[in-house]
Design a protein around this ligand. Structure first.
Ligand SMILES: NC(=O)C1=CN([C@@H]2O[C@H](COP(=O)(O)OP(=O)(O)OC[C@H]3O[C@@H](n4cnc5c(N)ncnc54)[C@H](O)[C@@H]3O)[C@@H](O)[C@H]2O)C=CC1
Ligand SMILES: CC(=O)C(=O)O
Ligand SMILES: [Mg+2]
Length: 564
C-alpha cells in the first residue's frame, strides 16, 4: 500500500511527495530539444523576477523546490540575499498568514492533539524514516511577531529547513518540517471556512505537556538520529519545553538559543567598535532590552557570557542588563512577574513604574538598545536621537520580525544618528547611500546560527545541545568576518558566505560537544581542526548542475510521472 500522508482533517488523497528522483531510463522527447541547464537557470530567475508580488515569488519558489530541488538550491546558493527575504522573513510571514488559502500540497508532518495516544503511528507515516536528521517543530502559537497562527505556522518550519539545506548542506531528504496542532486562539482562523487546522481553542498546558512528552519520546524512537529545533512556541511554552527536554533529547530552541547566539555575535563586533570610539571598557556596556519574551530574555541570557568572558562575575554581568516589557521597566518591586523575567528584574530600582521608552533611556543610559517587542516603530526619532546623544557610536538592533514589525528602519537609524549607528535588524533592509559612501545594515537573525549549530550537532551525533555548544556557535560567527567585511563596517558576514560560515560554526560546535562529552560520534575527537573542517565540508550536500540533455529528460520524466 502506498504511503499516503494527508492532513488528518482532509478528505483528499494527495500523496506527500519527496522531491522527485529521476527514474532510471530517460525518455527522449520529453524535453524541448535545446533545453540547457545554464539557460534554464536563467529562465527560472527570469520567471521569479517577473512576479510582482512577493507572495507570488514565494509560491513560485515553493513549486520549483518541489519539482526540481537541485535547481532551487543551486539558485538559492547563487542568489542568497535575493532568496532569503522570499523563502524566509519577511515573506514567509505572509505565507504563514495565507497558508490555508494558498495550500496546494502537504510538505511536512502534521500531528494534532487528537493524535495523542497514537503519535507513533503518525510519525511512522513519514516516508524517509532512516534519513531523518533534523526536524523544525512549531506549534504555530507565535509565528515571527505575527501571533497565534495555528496550523498556518507550517511554512516557518519549511522555510527554516530550506535554510538548513542551503546554508549547511543538510540533505533535503533528511529534513522533517512539523506543525503541531493544539488548536488556535485566533478567532479569525476559527471562523475561516478554508482554515486547515482544528477548529478549537488551544488546549490547556497540562494536556499539551502530556502530548509533548509522548511526542518527544516517539520522535526519539522513530528517528534515533534526529535533532529537534523548537520554533515559534509562545514564550511560556518555549521556556517550559526547552527546560523539560534539553537534558533528555538532542533539542534546542531557536528563538531562545539561536537568537541569543546570533545577537551575542553581532553585539561582540559592535561593542568592540563602540568601545574603541568611546574609550570605555567592554565591561561598561549597558544593554537595554525592549521586549522581554522568549527572544528578549534568550538574548539577555546569552549576552551574560559576553560580560563573563570579559571577566565580570555572574552578578556583575547581570547588572549590565535591563528589561522593558509592555508595562515598562522590569523590576522586582513592580509586583508579580512572569517566571522568565525574574532573573533580570532590577533590584536597584523601587520607584514608580517607568513606562515611556524615553524615560527608561534617560534612567538607564544604555550603550545598546535591543528591540524584541513585536512593536513597529517603537524606536522613535526621539529615542534614536537620545541613543546618539548618549553614545559616540550607539548600538541599535531592532530585531523583531517580519520587517513591518521592526522597531525602526535602517534609514531612520542612520538618519537620526547622523550615520553613527551600529545597526542590525531581524529582517533585511537595503543598503543606503550615505554622504558619498554606502552604509550596510546587519541582519541579526538566527538564520546565521541554526544551520551550522545543527550541522555540528548532527555530525557529532550529540546526545544533547549544551549551552557551551550554543556559545561556541556564536563566537564562531563573531570571528568569521573577513578583513573586507570589517572594512565595509559589517557586524555580520555576507550571507552569500553562509556555507563557509556554517562549516566553521559546525567545527566549533563539535569541539564544544566533545569537551562536554555529549558527542556520540567519538571518532571525530582524533581529528585535527583542519581535518575536522574538511570532514564537515565533505559531508555537505550540494545541488548538482546537470548540463546533459539526457539528465534533463530524466528530470522532466520524473516530473511528468509524478503527476499521474
Ligand atoms: N531576529 C531574530 O533572529 C529573532 C527575532 N524574534 C522576534 O522577536 C519578537 C519577539 O518574540 P518573542 O520574545 O518570542 O515574543 P513575545 O510576545 O513573547 O515577547 C514580546 C515582548 O515584547 C513586550 N512588548 C510588547 N509590546 C510592547 C510595548 N509596546 N512596549 C514594550 N514592550 C512590549 C512584551 O511584553 C513581551 O515581553 C518577534 O517579533 C520575533 O519575530 C524572535 C526570534 C528570533
Ligand atoms: C527569526 C525568528 O526565529 C523569529 O522571528 O521568530
Ligand atoms: Mg522563530
Amino acid at each position: 500500500m502506498p504511503i499516503v500522508l494527508t492532513p488528518y482533517w482532509s478528505n483528499g488523497v494527495q500523496k506527500l511527495k519527496m522531491a522527485p528522483m529521476p527514474p532510471p531510463r530517460p525518455k527522449h522527447g520529453l524535453t524541448p530539444p535545446t533545453l540547457d541547464d545554464e539557460v534554464h537557470a536563467a529562465r527560472c530567475m527570469q520567471q521569479l523576477r517577473s512576479k510582482d508580488k512577493d507572495i507570488e515569488k514565494y509560491i513560485y519558489l515553493s513549486m520549483l523546490k518541489e519539482q526540481d530541488h537541485h535547481m532551487f538550491y543551486r539558485l538559492c546558493l547563487q542568489h542568497m540575499s535575493e532568496f532569503t527575504p522570499i523563502i524566509y522573513t519577511p515573506t514567509v510571514g505572509q505565507a504563514c498568514q495565507e497558508y490555508s488559502h494558498n495550500y496546494r500540497r502537504p510538505e511536512g508532518l502534521f500531528v494534532s492533539i487528537k493524535d495523542k495516544g497514537k503519535i507513533k503511528s503518525v510519525l511512522r507515516a513519514w516516508p524517509k524514516i532512516d534519513e531523518a536528521r533534523i526536524s523544525v517543530v512549531t506549534d504555530g502559537s507565535r509565528i515571527l511577531g505575527l501571533g497565534d497562527l495555528g496550523i498556518n505556522g507550517m511554512p516557518i518550519s519549511i522555510g527554516k529547513l530550506s535554510l538548513y539545506v542551503a546554508g549547511a548542506g543538510i540533505r533535503p531528504e533528511s529534513t522533517i518540517p512539523i506543525c503541531l496542532d493544539f488548536g488556535t486562539n485566533t478567532q479569525k482562523y476559527l471562523d475561516d471556512p478554508l482554515y486547515l487546522g482544528l477548529r478549537k481553542k488551544r488546549v490547556a498546558t497540562t494536556e499539551m505537556t502530556e502530548f509533548m512528552d509522548e511526542f518527544m519520546l516517539e520522535m526519539s524512537v522513530a528517528f534515533p538520529k534526529l535533532l529537534v529545533q523548537f520554533e515559534d512556541f509562545s514564550t511560556d511554552h518555549a521556556f517550559l519545553y526547552l527546560e523539560r527536554y534539553r537534558n533528555q533529547y538532542p533539542v534546542f530552541n531557536d528563538d531562545i538559543q539561536g537568537t541569543g547566539a546570533v545577537v551575542l555575535s553581532g553585539f561582540i563586533n559592535a561593542a568592540r567598535l563602540s568601545s574603541a570610539a568611546s574609550g570605555r571598557p567592554l565591561t561598561s556596556h549597558r544593554v537595554l532590552f525592549f521586549g522581554a519574551g522568549s527572544a528578549g530574555v534568550g538574548v539577555a541570557m546569552q549576552l551574560m557570557s559576553f560580560f563573563t568572558l570579559e571577566g565580570l562575575s555572574e552578578q556583575e554581568a547581570r547588572e549590565r542588563i535591563w528589561l522593558v516589557d509592555s508595562q515598562g521597566l522590569v523590576y522586582t518591586a513592580r509586583g508579580e512577574l512572569a517566571e522568565h523575567k525574574r532573573y533580570f528584574a532590577r533590584r536597584d530600582y523601587t520607584g514608580p513604574p517607568i513606562k515611556d521608552l524615553l524615560d527608561v533611556l534617560e534612567y538607564v543610559k544604555p550603550t545598546a538598545l535591543m528591540g524584541l517587542s513585536t512593536t513597529s516603530g517603537a524606536f522613535t526619532q526621539a529615542a534614536i536621537q537620545t541613543m546618539a546623544a548618549l553614545n559616540p557610536l550607539p548600538i541599535i538592533f531592532p530585531l523583531s520580525n517580519p520587517v513591518a514589525l521592526s522597531e525602526c528602519t535602517f534609514a531612520d537609524a542612520v538618519r537620526h544618528t547622523d550615520g553613527k549607528v551600529l545597526f542590525a535588524s531581524g529582517s533585511p533592509f537595503h543598503a543606503l547611500p550615505w554622504q558619498g559612501t554606502t552604509r550596510y545594515p546587519g541582519q541579526g537573525n538566527n538564520m546565521y546560527i541554526f544551520p551550522g549549530l545543527g550541522l555540528g550537532a548532527i555530525l557529532a551525533r550529540c546526545a544533547s545541545v549544551t549551552d557551551a555548544m550554543v556559545e561556541a556557535s556564536s563566537l564562531g560567527l563573531a570571528n568569521s568576518l573577513t578583513p573586507e567585511e570589517v572594512e565595509m563596517g559589517l557586524l555580520y558576514p555576507q550571507i552569500e558566505r553562509i556555507r563557509e560560515i556554517s562549516a566553521q560554526i559546525a567545527v566549533a560546535v563539535i569541539r564544544a560537544a566533545q569537551e562536554a562529552a555529549v558527542d556520540r560520534h567519538t571518532d571525530l575527537r582524533a581529528m585535527s581542526d583542519k581535518e575536522l573542517l574538511a570532514f564537515v565540508n565533505g559531508k555537505m550536500w550540494n545541488p548538482s548542475v546537470r548540463p546533459a540533455l539526457s539528465t534533463l529528460a530524466e528530470r522532466a520524466d520524473g516530473v511528468l510521472l509524478s503527476q499521474y
